[in-house]
Design a protein around this ligand. Structure first.
Ligand code: GDP
Ligand code: IMO
Ligand code: MG
Length: 425
């Protein structure tokens, strides 16, 4: 595999981390190109569990170069803590490169987000409160943005913080008069320490990636979040603040999409969503709770219970089209193994009309009633299966229904969290 991308096609947590880890042994470079420490990617092998947030899952494989490219928003304290916690478990980070164009999250981003979310009351987006949206907002607004290239230049950082922090204090006071003001010098002193530790890793990563492409190096792009959380194409405003579908690879790394030879769409065998916003197939009954228990569906980052429901082929095929994926990796199939029957949403009914189009507005999605295709369950433990032919017929029929409705071939099936619990089709 030369240049490959892995993207989630639903609302995140599709088990992208496991697929990235699996594919990393065929790639020399792994690139995280969007989001920040809102992501939580779990990787399990040899009885060990690793939870990664900002570092690409590639760091766990010896000899791999990990790149955090320009599209990522970086909380330097969180990044350094993650590096430390990985190292404390004897993982050797071969080489970590961080873009000088990546934007930096400061404490006032978290304070601003808390005030904005509070202001929305029961309409809150339900963010991870990591300052992701407010940092991207500053990036788009330009005036208050501070990039990695400024963080590592002490005089520039001092100058920028003295410009930005007083203005932030004005905005914050207007949003929440109880919010204590931030002190530019205190932030400068704290962040200068982080800058000293990160400076050796900081380069122009897009130039590096273009050299790697010219040298025919193998590169893996690691998606975060999912296509339905994409700022342009997702369920706005209940989305994250970046292009978390396949659309984000080019702006987030500088590598044009035409360089990607294979785009893999990762999907759960059912649906989960964390935070606010419509989710037509959500199950608020015992089956929803059963899926949550069997799949251990609690957020890696915030610990929130994930909302669970049947596989939504309308939403997922939309995600597949937007991201332009070539094939599917269907994850967590084992979670459904105890159910008598399983359902797939093949259309929506909105205002009495049947449609397979995914609505562009959250208000219309909230009115959508799923139209289900019901299939028999397989009622068999499949965690030990390693070959497609050994899956029960009903499980294969379920995969066929997903492939047909999403209109993509299933190339990988995951039957358990471990690296080894995988069926390559
Ligand atoms: P990501 O954010 O897309 O990387 O996904 P997360 O790591 O947040 O969530 C996926 C969860 O499912 C993790 O706890 C994984 O260890 C787990 N997982 C991955 N594949 C499987 C599988 O096939 N079966 C089961 N039961 N768990 C899995
Ligand atoms: P991974 O990479 C699932 C959700 C939040 C919230 C919305 C906006 O692990 O799949 P944000 O903090 O980004 O402004 O929150 O997006 N969200 C995720 N949901 N998996 C993720 O990442 C997510 N990252 C953000 O719950 O609804
Ligand atoms: Mg996750």
């Amino acid at each position: 595999m030369a240049v490959t991308a892995v993207v989630g096609l639903q609302w995140g947590d599709e088990a992208k981390g496991k697929i990235v880890d699996l594919l990393t042994d065929q790639h020399e470079i792994v690139v995280r190109y969007l989001g920040g420490n809102n992501a939580g990617h779990t990787v399990m092998f040899q009885g060990q569990t690793y939870k990664l947030s900002l570092l690409p899952a590639g760091v766990l494989r010896p000899g791999v170069t990990s790149v955090i490219s320009n599209g990522v928003v970086i909380n330097p304290k969180a990044l350094l803590q993650e590096i430390e916690s990985i190292r404390s478990r004897d993982v050797v980070i071969h080489r970590l490169l961080i873009s000088d164009r990546a934007h930096i999250i400061f404490p006032y981003h978290m304070a601003e987000e808390a005030a904005l979310e509070k202001g929305r009351g029961d309409q809150a987006i339900g963010t991870t409160m990591r300052g992701i949206g407010t940092c991207y907002r500053d990036k788009a607004g330009r005036t208050h943005a501070i990039r990695m290239g400024e963080l590592v230049r002490p005089e520039l950082l001092r100058q920028r913080l003295h410009e930005v922090v007083p203005q932030k204090n004005l905005v914050l006071h207007a949003l929440d008069p109880e919010c204590p003001p931030f002190d530019a010098d205190a932030i400068l002193s704290e962040y200068s320490g982080y800058a000293d530790q990160l400076r050796p890793h900081v380069i122009d990563t897009s130039a590096y990636l273009h050299r790697a492409l010219a040298d025919r190096k193998s590169i893996l792009f690691e998606g975060a979040q999912g296509s339905l959380l994409d700022i342009d194409h997702g369920t706005f405003p209940y989305v994250t603040s970046s292009n978390s579908s396949g659309c984000g690879i080019h702006p987030g790394s500088g590598v044009p999409e035409r360089a990607i030879e294979k785009m893999i769409g990762v999907v759960k065998a059912y649906t989960t969503r964390v935070g606010g916003g419509p989710c037509p197939t959500e199950l608020l009954d015992d089956i929803g709770q059963h899926i949550r228990d069997e799949g251990r569906e609690y957020g890696t980052v915030t610990g929130r219970p994930r909302r669970c429901g049947w596989f939504d082929a309308v939403a997922t095929s939309y995600g597949a089209r937007i991201s332009g994926v070539d094939c599917l990796a269907v994850m967590l199939l084992d979670v459904l193994s105890k159910l008598d029957e399983v359902k797939v949403c093949e259309a929506y009914e909105i205002g009495g009309e049947r449609t397979t189009d995914f609505p562009s507005h959250a208000v219309d999605l909230a009115r959508a009633t799923p139209v289900y295709r019901t299939l028999p369950g397989w009622k068999k433990d499949i965690q030990g299966v390693r070959k497609l032919k050994d899956l029960p017929t009903a499980a294969r029929a379920y995969l066929d229904a997903i492939a047909e409705l999403v209109d993509r071939r299933v190339e990988i099936v995951s039957v358990g969290p471990d690296r080894d619990q995988t069926v390559i089709v």
